[in-house]
Write a protein that binds this ligand. Structure first.
Ligand code: PLP
Length: 464
């Protein structure tokens, strides 16, 4: 007995699911932001064996409330101030549904021309919107952009390219990659996964930005030792404090020493759609690659990462292996992009649809408005903290993240973060650099507005 859903049933259940999601988004603001389940509690509600007989779809839907909801962390709550945002929006969610319905497999141009060409065009739109070098457009035929699952994947991929590019000069164990000691852990992970011998952590200045003189001394010392420096990664917006590395100066060092220069703007890249934030993004025409996550702050639900390279050829040379079953006439002409050659996975889904729908639904101006409001709210929160003797700002706040400590010390700071999170009314992230603990307030969920930030301030005031 098979139990395919009929088109009528699909339509009926589809409406019910969309209705369920709409209600979730309407009411998420009133739910506790963080779950309070013990480990194993959700698994205990799921049977140990798959059912032999088909279940009614209504039972599946009911279990969203019964089984799933108790263990959900409400990242889409406007009271979400933890980590960075992983925001979303109705057009993105609907595009995800449409993409699933189409079930495209865009590994080659020929396996889904629309998946490839819409991705090419939308990423070219973003080059213009974010003030990136023209040569990074897919239409340039030189550089280009590609959607990947995560910034970690993008960074890993370019580190493999950097390694491949210098493969005849040294063994991988003798190759070196440089990052600041504030860089995201994904870079060190990428270095490890790529088998590269060394990941050097360059010290930072008082604003947590990379010390370029230290970088250059470390490169020189490594060369002296007989090692091969191959890449440097600079950050526009580090994870802990959104510090901005001196990207232009790092670029000059990279050029002098023939290093691949990768720019990680995973979170802050979205802000570059507003011209005023490009004071943090210098002319990048010398950079080799750049990554940012629309799935953090651009209202495109996870997953959607963008990687641009200034020259696509080294990437393709590194990643392309053509077995006979993937050969086709379109690829043989060389006139199309086969995105399977731009990252590790072969298969790829139609992620560009949600980016396209978000850009068209909001328009660039609509996205700028959201970003500017988040940054304004962050600046206002910083002003409140600055004006209150109990608190001290811990780092500059160029974007939507504010970091602060309680003046009574580490314990008080950690207790305050724990009390905010235990309240269920908001979520923040306690973090640490060296011996100092601080609280990160990240303002960037799609629907976060004045009243949510006012409420958070009320909570901080009351619990401090
Ligand atoms: N780079 C930076 C600066 C980040 O803040 C993050 C995540 O917060 C990442 C990379 C990793 O992002 P992803 O989860 O897309 O791998």
């Amino acid at each position: 007995m098979t139990s395919h859903m009929s088109p009528e049933e699909f339509r009926k259940h589809g409406y019910a699911v969309v209705d369920w999601v709409a209600r979730y988004l309407e009411t998420v603001e009133d739910l506790p932001v963080l779950p309070s389940v013990e480990p194993g509690a959700i698994a205990a509600m799921v049977p140990d064996h798959a059912p032999e007989q088909p279940e009614d779809f209504q039972a599946l839907l009911d279990d969203l409330d019964r089984v799933v909801m108790p263990g959900v962390t409400n990242w889409q709550s406007p009271n979400w101030f933890a980590y960075f945002p992983a925001n979303a929006s109705p057009p993105a969610i609907l595009a995800e549904l449409a993409a699933a319905g189409l079930g495209q497999q865009g590994m080659l141009w020929s396996t889904s021309p629309a998946t490839t060409e819409i991705e090419m065009q939308v990423l070219d739109w973003l080059v213009g919107l974010m003030g990136l070098p023209d040569g990074w457009r897919n239409a340039s035929g030189l550089g280009g952009g590609v959607i990947q699952m995560s910034a970690s994947d993008a960074t890993h991929a370019v580190l493999v390219v950097a390694r491949h590019r210098r493969r005849h000069e040294a063994s991988v164990e003798d190759m070196v990659v440089y990052v600041s000691d504030q860089a995201h852990s994904s870079i060190e992970k990428g270095v490890t996964v790529a088998g590269i011998g060394h990941c050097r952590k360059v010290p930072v200045d008082d604003a947590f930005a990379m010390d370029v003189d230290a970088l250059e001394s470390m490169i020189a010392a490594d060369e002296e030792r007989g090692l091969l420096p191959i890449a440097v990664v600079s950050a526009i917006g580090t994870t802990a404090t959104t510090a901005v590395d001196p990207v232009a100066a790092i670029g000059r060092v990279a050029h002098r020493w023939d290093l691949w220069h990768h720019v990680d703007a995973a979170y802050a890249g979205t802000a570059m759609i507003c011209e005023e934030f490009r004071i943090h993004q210098p002319d990048l025409s010398q950079a080799d690659s750049y990554t940012f996550n629309p799935h953090k702050w651009m209202m495109v639900n996870f997953d959607c990462n963008v990687l641009w390279v200034s020259d696509r050829q080294p990437l393709i040379d590194t990643m392309s292996i053509v077995p006979p079953y993937l050969r086709n006439d379109a690829s043989d002409t060389g006139a199309v992009i086969d995105y399977r050659d731009w990252h590790v996975p072969l298969g790829r889904r139609f992620r560009a649809l949600k980016l396209w729908w978000v850009l068209r639904s909001y328009g660039a101006e609509g996205i700028r408005e959201v970003v500017r409001e988040h940054v304004r709210l962050a600046a206002e929160m910083a002003d409140r903290l600055r004006a209150d003797d109990r608190f001290e700002l811990f780092a500059p706040h160029p974007f939507g993240l504010v970091c602060f400590t309680h003046r009574d010390g580490i314990e008080r700071t950690r207790e305050l973060a724990a009390a905010i999170n235990a309240s269920g009314k908001a979520a923040v992230t306690p973090s640490q650099i060296d011996d100092t603990w601080f609280i990160r307030v990240s303002i960037g969920q799609t629907t976060t507005g004045q009243r949510h930030v006012d409420a958070l301030w009320g909570l901080i005031d009351q619990l401090a």
